[in-house]
Design a protein around this ligand. Structure first.
Ligand SMILES: O=P(O)(O)OC[C@H]1O[C@@H](O)[C@H](O)[C@@H](O)[C@@H]1O
Length: 304
């Protein structure tokens, strides 16, 4: 990492944990009002802890298999450029390629209001395996913003000469006190495809609770929802841009037991609320164009 970036990171109250995850560095920013952590492996926001509160994000204690496509469940993985299974090759990993490669730190600074800014990048030319898995040249960026809450602004530029089909998600693992008591509010009336129910279509009525054994893609979904957590006495306000779908995922007890990359009880501690474009909401990026997908999250005390 270049010396100037290291200096700028230090000026921000940041430090680098060298080779801390799969031989890649992690970045920690410690401020009086929060601590944030980013892993360059997989280009991951790992953790965002507002002072005096539990982390907003979940990290499994199970590291997952240490193979190329083995992985741990944590933070905000980026699923891109395909969401779910790859349609052409079953050997390619689910949820795209972006979460399996080392991203590069390219910018450190502050926004005008003082919020910290960290930018990381991944390009198709960075690894031969990327070019093998995806025929289009591209450049991806994530701009992380940390202040009262956090935001992730993910952008994808199509550098190839053909239109690029995309389905995607910022697959956020929100930490909850109990999946049984957590509630997702704001999806009333929205149509969803239920992957745990033969892919049938339903319409949401009221809020989603309990958040247990869910694998649903809400299509043409609104850009503002809340995850209410009575156990941790907080609600997470989730605002999105560039996203037409919201995916809710919690594996539930039976599936969690079958997974070797998740401890048996851990399904009780997270709900994935994913900022996505999937199924009917997939789209194409024209040659030379780019698309941005953004999620902003802040916590409020429930009794506020
Ligand atoms: O284990 P992975 O690849 O991170 O995926 C976890 C889950 O991610 C969700 O987004 C999918 O809808 C689920 O079907 C999937 O099981």
């Amino acid at each position: 990492m270049n010396a100037q970036l290291i200096q700028e990171l230090e000026a921000l109250g940041g430090e680098i944990l060298p080779a801390s995850l799969r031989d890649c560095d992690e970045i920690i920013i410690d401020q009086p009002s929060y601590t944030a952590r980013i892993a360059l492996w997989g280009g991951h926001l790992v953790s965002f802890i507002p002072a005096g509160q539990p982390d907003l994000l979940f990290q499994s204690t199970n590291e997952g298999a240490q193979t190329r496509f083995g992985r741990r469940h944590f933070g905000v993985p980026v699923c891109w450029p395909w969401f779910g299974a790859n349609a052409e090759d079953e050997d390619f990993p689910a949820h795209g390629l972006a979460r399996y490669f080392r991203w590069e730190l390219v910018e450190v600074g502050r926004f005008k209001n003082g919020d910290a800014k960290i930018v990381i990048r991944l390009a198709s030319e960075d690894h031969p395996l990327i070019e093998e898995m995806w025929p289009h040249a591209f450049e991806l960026r994530q701009v992380f913003r940390f202040g009262e809450g956090f935001s992730v602004n993910f952008s994808a530029a199509n550098l190839s000469e053909a239109s690029m089909p995309v389905s995607e998600a910022l697959h956020t693992y929100f930490k909850v006190g109990s999946q049984e008591q957590a509630q997702v509010v704001g999806l009333d009336g929205v149509t969803y495809i239920d992957k745990f129910n033969e892919g049938k279509e339903f319409q949401q009525s009221g809020s989603v609770s309990p958040c247990d054994t869910l694998d649903r893609v809400y299509v043409n979904a609104p850009n503002s929802i809340e995850l209410v957590d009575p156990v941790l006495s907080r609600k997470l306000i989730i605002e999105t841009e560039g996203s037409e779908s919201t995916v809710l995922w919690n594996p539930g007890e039976a599936l969690a037991k079958l997974r070797t990359d998740l401890e048996d009880h851990e399904y009780q501690e997270f709900v994935c609320v994913e900022t996505a474009n999937a199924l009917v909401n997939r789209y194409t990026i024209k040659p030379g164009d780019m698309h941005q997908l953004r999620v902003s999250v802040k916590a409020e005390a429930l009794d506020a």
